[in-house]
Design a protein. Structure first.
Length: 412
C-alpha cells in the first residue's frame, strides 16, 4: 500500500458522499468494522436492494460477509476482488477496493461532465430557437404586408390605363428645349435655396443649443430657489397656529356637546310624541266612556217608573210580620227572644233592611242596564224589533223582591 492510494481512497469516499469521515490513519492497522461499513455502502451503491448479512461477530460471520460482498460486486460491477486482502482490513484492503471506488467516482464525474455538456448544448439550442423565433416573427410581418402590397399593385395597375394615355400624349408632343431648360433651371434654383436654408439652420444649431442650455440652467436655478422656499414655508409655523389649534379643540368639544344635545332632543321629541299619542288615546277612551255613561243614564231615566213601583212593593213587604235577624254573624239573635229589644230596635232594623233592599235593587238594575247596553250594541235593529214584539209581560215586582230577599239577609 502507499500513501497515494490511501489519500485517493479517502478523497473518493468524501466526494461520493460517504456518511462518515474517513482518515488515512484508520487503515494503518486492521479495522474490520470500518471496512465492513465501506463494503456494505459500496454494494448498496451498485444495488440498493442487495441483501448483506449484518453479523460480523465471529470469524465465520465475517467470512460469509466478505464472500457475499465480493459476489455482489462481481455481479453488479463486473470487478473481481481478492477476499483475503479484504479480510485483512488494512491498506491492502483499500488497494483491493480502490478500483470499485474509482468506477463510482468516474461515473459521478462523467455525469457532471455530461450535465455541463447538456447545459452547453441546451444553451446552443435555445439560441437557435430564439433565432428561428425571430425569423418566424419577421416572416409573419412580411406575410401581413403581402396583402397590403398586393392591393397597392392592383390599384396602380388599374390606374395604368389612364397613365398610359397621359404618357402617350406627353411623348407625342414636341418639347421645346428652351422650356425644358427653364424648368430645369427653376428646379435647380429651388433646390439651391432649400440647401442654403438647411445649411443656415445647421450653422445656427450650436447657437440654438447654447440658448436652450442657458434657458434650462435658468429654469433649474429657479426650480432650486422655489424648492428651498417651499422647504422654508413648510418648516415655518404661523403665529396664529396655536390659536387655530385651540379653537379647533374647542370646536371638537362643542361638536360633542352638540351631538349629545341633539340625541337628547331627538329622544325627548320621541317621548313627547308617545305622550301625545297616549293622551289622544286616553281622550278617545274617555269620550267613549262618556258616551256609554250618557246612554246608561238615558236608559235609567227610561226605566225610572218601573224602579219606583218596585220600591213601593218593597216597603209593603217589609211591613209584614216575621222573624227578623239583627246583629252580626257571631252574635245573631231574633225577635222572638226578647220582645223589648225587638220593639226598641224596630226602627233601626227596618231602616237597615230598606237600605239593603235598595242597594241590592240598584245593583241588579245597574247589571241589567249594562246587559241591555251590551245587547243593544251587539244586536241588529231587526232582532230588537222582533224581541219587542215577542216580549212577555213583566214579572210581578213583589215576586222578584221576595226571591232576592234571602240574598239581602245573607249579605246583611
Amino acid at each position: 500500500m502507499s500513501y497515494r492510494e490511501l489519500r485517493d481512497a479517502t478523497e473518493i469516499l468524501r466526494s461520493l458522499g460517504y456518511p462518515r469521515l474517513v482518515s488515512i490513519e484508520n487503515f494503518r492497522l486492521p479495522n474490520f468494522p470500518l471496512m465492513a461499513e465501506i463494503l456494505e455502502w459500496t454494494v448498496k451503491k451498485f444495488d440498493p436492494n442487495a441483501r448483506v448479512p449484518k453479523a460480523i461477530d465471529n470469524e465465520a460471520d465475517r467470512v460469509i460477509f466478505i464472500k457475499t460482498c465480493v459476489l455482489a460486486l462481481i455481479q453488479k460491477a463486473r470487478v473481481k476482488l481478492n477476499p483475503k486482502n479484504l479480510y485483512q482490513s488494512d491498506g491492502h484492503a483499500i488497494r483491493e477496493i480502490l478500483p470499485v471506488l474509482r468506477i463510482l467516482y468516474d461515473t459521478v464525474k462523467q455525469t457532471k461532465t455530461d450535465e455541463h455538456d447538456d447545459r452547453a448544448q441546451l444553451s446552443t439550442l435555445r439560441a437557435q430557437v430564439n433565432a428561428k423565433r425571430q425569423d418566424i416573427r419577421r416572416s409573419v410581418q412580411l406575410a401581413s404586408q403581402i396583402p397590403h402590397n398586393g392591393a397597392n399593385i392592383y390599384d396602380l395597375l388599374a390606374k395604368e390605363i389612364f397613365a398610359k394615355d397621359a404618357r402617350r400624349k406627353a411623348l407625342s408632343q414636341s418639347m421645346n428645349a428652351s422650356d425644358v431648360e427653364r424648368e430645369i433651371r427653376e428646379k435647380i434654383e429651388r433646390t439651391d435655396r432649400e440647401i442654403a436654408d438647411i445649411q443656415y439652420k445647421q450653422s445656427h444649431i450650436s447657437t440654438d443649443e447654447q440658448d436652450l442650455e442657458k434657458k434650462i440652467e435658468r429654469r433649474r436655478r429657479e426650480f432650486d430657489q422655489l424648492e428651498k422656499r417651499l422647504v422654508k414655508l413648510q418648516s415655518f409655523r404661523p403665529p396664529w397656529m396655536d390659536e387655530y389649534e385651540r379653537y379647533e379643540n374647542q370646536l371638537k368639544d362643542l361638536y360633542d356637546i352638540y351631538v349629545v344635545l341633539f340625541r337628547n332632543l331627538a329622544y325627548l321629541q320621541q317621548q313627547l310624541t308617545e305622550v301625545e299619542r297616549a293622551e289622544k288615546e286616553r281622550h278617545v277612551n274617555a269620550e267613549r266612556s262618556m258616551r256609554i255613561a250618557v246612554e246608561k243614564m238615558r236608559i235609567e231615566n227610561d226605566a225610572a217608573p218601573i224602579i219606583a213601583g218596585v220600591n213601593n212593593d218593597l216597603e209593603h213587604a217589609t211591613n209584614t210580620k216575621g222573624v227578623k235577624v239583627y246583629g252580626n254573624m257571631i252574635g245573631a239573635d231574633d225577635s222572638s227572644d226578647d220582645g223589648d229589644d225587638t220593639n226598641d230596635d224596630k226602627g233601626f232594623e227596618e231602616g237597615n233592611l230598606e237600605n239593603d233592599d235598595l242597594s241590592i235593587n240598584e245593583m241588579m238594575d245597574a247589571d241589567d242596564d249594562e246587559d241591555e247596553i251590551d245587547q243593544k250594541y251587539s244586536r241588529n235593529p231587526n232582532e230588537e224589533a222582533t224581541e219587542e214584539q215577542t216580549e212577555e209581560p213583566q214579572q210581578n215586582p213583589t215576586t222578584a223582591v221576595d226571591e232576592s230577599q234571602p240574598n239581602s239577609d245573607e249579605d246583611f
